[in-house]
Design a protein around this ligand. Structure first.
Ligand SMILES: [Zn+2]
Length: 382
């Protein structure tokens, strides 16, 4: 079984909007009630691990009797909020999460998750049917894979008051038979200037959407700082700032979708570097550029598009010295300072540094592919 998420814009009517917003508030309430209890119980039992472990926390069903308005919303959403916080605590204790927070009315991500029970989340008419909400109008820009099962739905509202549903689905994976014809391979060498250079020496020429909007963003933010916090004009201006951010993210997503689509359609084996993003994000200058480029997003778009097309996406080990190796003779230099933009080798190879690296990266993908072909002619590489 494969899992995936599909996000759609939805257009709830006024009554549905009201109910969705009520559900945001109710899941927030459950989060805060349970967090409150968690902290109290921890204080009480912290020296008695067995008691702490065996304590039964109050459930959403109980809270419904105390706060009857909770009965009006999708009960699965309440259960999810409750389970989410339980998991957040588990993750906090294993060190993979920060300490769970109370959610305030003003500042929290407006989203809730609901799970499918007895096929209650399903396509119907020109929309999607969900518990309590009924049929919500939806723009179906993309079909789900065949025979997929909707496991859960995440309903969210953006800062610009647009509504979305993200469907978490499961489906059977098709087994791809790779034919052993000539394969078109491509390697990408990422750089913070222009996004990447490919095997043919071409740059992606990524428009730095965020950087280019900085002036406009600063102007709108300046205006916001002059408004009285909490006033009507303040919220009006806040929406304007959110719209600038949203536009940047729309443009960026559009670019990344088109680019990854083009690559997945044109090549059979695409190799990319594995970047040490955590290390790179420590540098302030790099981190701004990386988040503008949205490298992770690009890789995830490219990855699922390659999968859809039966193409291979190969991730080269991050310790592979793609820059130092000569793409013509294979000789490896001991050092190569970053300032040196041209790679020149004693074999006579003189080539742009990033172009050289891209060829090496493509070669790595090809080697990995060729060595994975089995006798029955199938291949699978990571
Ligand atoms: Zn050489």
């Amino acid at each position: 079984m494969k899992r995936k998420g599909y996000k759609y814009r939805i257009y709830p009517n006024n009554a549905q909007k009201e109910l969705i917003n009520k559900t945001f508030g109710s899941t927030r309430k459950i989060n805060n009630l349970l967090l409150n209890e968690k902290e109290a119980i921890y204080e009480l039992f912290k020296d008695y691990p067995e008691l702490l472990k065996s304590h039964k926390y109050l459930t959403p069903a109980y809270y419904k009797t105390v706060y009857p308005y909770l009965k009006e919303v999708d009960s699965q959403a309440l259960t999810s909020a409750w389970l989410n916080l339980q998991n957040a605590f588990k993750n906090f204790f294993t060190g993979s999460n920060k300490y769970p927070r109370y959610k305030s009315k003003k500042n929290f991500r407006k989203t809730y998750t609901t799970h499918t029970i007895n096929n209650n989340i399903r396509w119907e008419g020109n929309g999607i049917k969900m518990s309590k909400l009924g049929i919500v109008k939806l723009r179906k820009h993309r079909e789900l894979p065949e025979n997929s099962i909707i496991k859960a739905a995440i309903i969210s509202k953006s800062a610009t008051n647009k509504y979305y549903v993200s469907l978490r689905i499961e489906y059977e994976e098709e087994i791809i038979n790779i034919n052993n014809d000539f394969k078109k391979a491509l390697g990408l060498d990422f750089s913070l200037n222009g996004f990447y250079v490919d095997t043919e020496g071409k740059k992606a020429n990524y428009p730095m959407y965020y950087m280019n909007s900085l002036k406009k963003l600063a102007k709108e933010q300046r205006k916001l700082s002059r408004k009285v916090r909490g006033s009507k004009n303040y919220y009006k201006q806040k929406l304007k700032v959110a719209i600038v951010h949203e536009k940047i993210s729309f443009q960026r997503n559009d670019f990344l979708h088109k680019l990854s689509r083009k690559l997945a359609n044109s090549y059979d084996i695409i190799s990319i570097e594995t970047l040490d993003l955590i290390e790179m994000m420590k540098n302030k200058y790099f981190s701004k550029k990386i988040s503008d480029i949205s490298y992770n997003k690009f890789v995830s778009y490219l990855s699922y598009k390659c999968e859809d097309e039966g193409k291979i996406l190969h991730k080269v080990d991050k310790y592979y010295a793609s820059s130092k190796i000569c793409s013509l003779c294979g000789l490896k230099k001991k050092t190569l300072p970053l300032s040196q933009r041209t790679y020149s080798c004693e074999c006579g190879n003189v080539i742009n540094r990033d172009h050289n690296a891209a060829i090496n990266i493509a070669t790595q993908g090809m080697i990995s592919y060729l060595s994975s072909i089995t006798e029955d002619g199938t291949a699978s590489i990571a």
